[in-house]
Design a protein around this ligand. Structure first.
Ligand SMILES: C[S@@+](CC[C@H](N)C(=O)[O-])C[C@H]1O[C@@H](n2cnc3c(N)ncnc32)[C@H](O)[C@@H]1O
Length: 181
């Protein structure tokens, strides 16, 4: 199966839908941003954010050659601030990025989670591929006022080329108890 159709299937299973606004944090060169843009369509938008300029240049070239106009490249900030307004995003993708190689300090991980929480709509989801992530980091996400909704087992694309089995964790805002009340 072509890698792009695999990525499309994964993103549809996660719950990305037409018309939605997606932030792909640490997007790389387009493995998931291009299929996400195809799913959300012209009425939707994919914000693609990566500190690696070469990777995001490559992504924008792919978007142009595919005729996709709904991907917007975002600048990164050293302070880990995300330049999006409060409660404006339906889905945040955190694939193979939320781990100690990129975020060695717990304080940076907390700051990023706080920013993601701020920009997520109340009903939004944050979808994490916890590749290289330690179990404490999963606890950090829960401590940042998210709860684990679904857990999906999928074949995922690593480093733009290899397929490997992995799990996806879909988190929602708030503690589970609050949602059930
Ligand atoms: C292993 S790659 C994963 C790429 C993509 N999410 C995927 O699954 O195909 C991690 C990416 O996160 C980016 N990244 C790491 N820390 C970042 C930060 N603080 N801000 C923005 N991008 C970051 C890296 O530049 C790299 O492109």
């Amino acid at each position: 199966m072509k890698l792009e159709s695999r990525a499309l299937q994964v993103l549809e299973r996660i719950g990305i839908r037409r018309g939605q606004t997606v932030l792909n944090f640490g997007c790389g060169s387009g493995t998931y941003s291009i299929p996400a843009a195809k799913i959300v369509g012209e009425q939707g938008r994919v914000y693609a954010l990566d500190k690696d300029k070469e990777a995001s240049d490559e992504l924008m070239q792919k978007a142009e050659s595919t005729g996709l106009r709904n991907i917007e490249r975002m600048e990164t900030s050293r302070k880990l601030e995300i330049e999006l307004t409060d409660e404006s995003v339906d889905v945040v993708l955190l694939f193979d990025v939320f781990h100690s190689y990129y975020f060695s300090q717990a304080s940076d991980r907390r700051r990023l989670l706080g920013e993601i929480y701020r920009i997520m709509k109340p009903s939004a989801l944050m979808s994490v591929w916890p590749k290289h992530m330690k179990s404490e980091t999963e606890d950090e996400i829960k401590n940042a006022n998210f709860h684990l909704g679904e857990e999906l087992s999928e074949m995922l694309i690593h480093e733009d080329r290899d397929l490997e089995k992995g799990k996806i964790l879909n988190f929602r805002k708030g503690s589970r108890n609050k949602e059930e009340q």
